[in-house]
Write a protein that binds this ligand. Structure first.
Ligand SMILES: Cc1cc2nc3c(=O)[nH]c(=O)nc-3n(C[C@H](O)[C@H](O)[C@H](O)COP(=O)(O)OP(=O)(O)OC[C@H]3O[C@@H](n4cnc5c(N)ncnc54)[C@H](O)[C@@H]3O)c2cc1C
Length: 401
């Protein structure tokens, strides 16, 4: 086992440091407050080959894996630069099109997207279904000529209004008619400006450069050429997108936590209010040290999940643990940093409180930590065994009575 990063991995991880020299946190924050997409930063990262990190080389991508995407994302977040577009576009859209798209789809969509000329977003959430994706009602009905009519709605879709295309998760067979609840889903590549689509921005209280939208589909015309993978078998592709999504959240959370703590350490070493720098107080050191421990553990688990994903091994446990751990650790890191800054932590000049909303978001979205813990409780072996044991003991006791 080797925990050292290769030279190539180091370069990818440190790329964020050089990008941040031109496009720093201040630039990101100005974009976020105006709800303006950071075009220049995105174009530069596309030109440097990072938007298409996971897309095949033959279609303009870098042909690399999840670990490289994770290192790139973590390195940017270390500098206070988190972009959800890399999650929903680069990872959740370009990756699956590269893996499951037809030759025509790959040629049509990947080169422009990797070059930063077009953008993708990803639409799963529905207002009525919420976390319970199985209850999604957005439906693509097959028509007599072999095409589809899409009807329904999605909510909180990041970047819909600014993206060119979206991967939309729909049902093509209703839950009632499906053999299994995961059957009957189809992923469509949808032109976001197609006839029959209406999108309305949702004002969200987190400063983000990407806007969220509520999207309505009214008889949107789709063809078989728009299906990603197979009709009714979309859940398998969706499943392949969800672990990478959690890994990306792990990377952003770990990076933002470090960003906040680096600032706090610098400040605490300089700020004198009694006899010496406030950093000498263990009362300030311990929360930072604890958060640092949690952040580095979350980062390790995130990289392990990415490494497993690239080896095509099961990474559900690791990806879920990484997401949960990074969400909690980054909240603790920002909170500990905020305390070091005193009143200054709440000012725009120092910008520490501004980091909080995004890390707090990760406890709820893209998947709430309760669902993550449900997964770990139900699927990860040690816990399954524990639950089985408890049930067994209860049964024995009841029989004895
Ligand atoms: C800024 C932002 C960006 C987003 N971007 C996208 C996007 O690009 N694409 C997209 O499809 N969606 C997106 N979402 C939607 C996001 O994924 C959902 O908000 C999230 O999955 C939670 O769903 P919900 O809001 O319907 O919460 P609900 O399902 O209503 O859940 C509410 C709360 O109930 C609890 N809960 C629910 N189920 C359980 C359970 N089984 N066990 C224990 N507790 C439970 C949790 O605490 C949860 O937070 C975004 C959301 C936000 C806020």
């Amino acid at each position: 086992m080797d925990f050292n990063l290769s030279d190539e991995h180091k370069m990818i991880y440190e790329y964020g440091n050089s990008l941040a020299k031109t496009y720093d946190r201040k630039y990101w924050m100005e974009c976020a407050e105006r709800r303006a997409f950071p075009k220049e930063l995105y174009q530069q990262s596309a030109a440097d080959g990072f938007v298409g990190t996971m897309a095949p080389e033959a279609y303009g991508g870098a042909g690399l894996g999840m670990l490289e995407m994770e290192l790139f994302t973590e390195g940017l977040a270390n500098n206070g630069i988190p972009l959800l577009t890399y999650v929903i576009g680069s990872v959740m859209s370009l990756g699956p099109i590269g893996d499951h798209g037809t030759e025509e789809q790959k040629q049509r969509y990947l080169p422009d997207a990797c070059a930063g000329k077009t953008r993708f977003c990803f639409a799963i959430t529905e207002a009525d279904a919420g976390t319970n994706t199985m209850q999604a009602k957005t439906f693509a009905t097959k028509t007599a000529d072999g095409r589809f009519k899409l009807n329904g709605n999605k909510t909180f879709i990041t970047d819909w209004g600014e993206s060119d295309y979206a991967l939309v998760v729909t049902r093509t067979t209703s839950l009632a008619d499906a053999n299994k609840k995961t059957e009957g889903f189809t992923l469509f590549i949808v032109d976001t400006k197609a006839k029959g689509i209406e999108a309305q921005p949702i004002p969200v209280s987190v400063a983000l450069p990407e806007v969220q939208y509520q999207v309505f589909f009214d008889d949107v015309d789709l063809g078989p050429e728009d299906v990603l993978g197979e009709v009714d078998k979309g859940f398998e592709i969706l499943f392949e997108c969800l672990n990478p999504e959690r890994i990306m959240v792990g990377a952003i959370g770990a990076g933002l936590g470090r960003f906040a703590m680096d600032k706090a350490v610098e400040y605490a070493n300089e700020r004198v209010v009694f006899n010496g720098p406030i950093g000498a107080y263990q009362a300030l050191q311990h929360p930072l040290a604890k958060a640092k421990t949690e952040i580095e553990m979350a980062s390790l688990m995130t990289r392990k999940a990415a490494w497993l994903f690239d080896k095509h091994e099961h990474c559900g446990a690791e990806a879920n643990m990484a997401k949960c751990a990074a969400a909690e650790a980054s909240i603790h890191a920002v909170d500990a940093s905020l305390q070091c800054f005193g009143g200054n932590g709440f000012t725009k000049e120092y910008g520490i409180f501004d980091i909080y909303p995004m890390v707090r978001l990760f406890k709820t979205a893209p998947l709430n930590n309760e669902m993550v813990l449900n997964y770990i409780g139900e699927h990860v072996r040690a816990y399954r065994v524990l639950i089985k044991s408890i049930l067994f003991i209860r049964k024995v006791r009841l029989t004895k009575r």
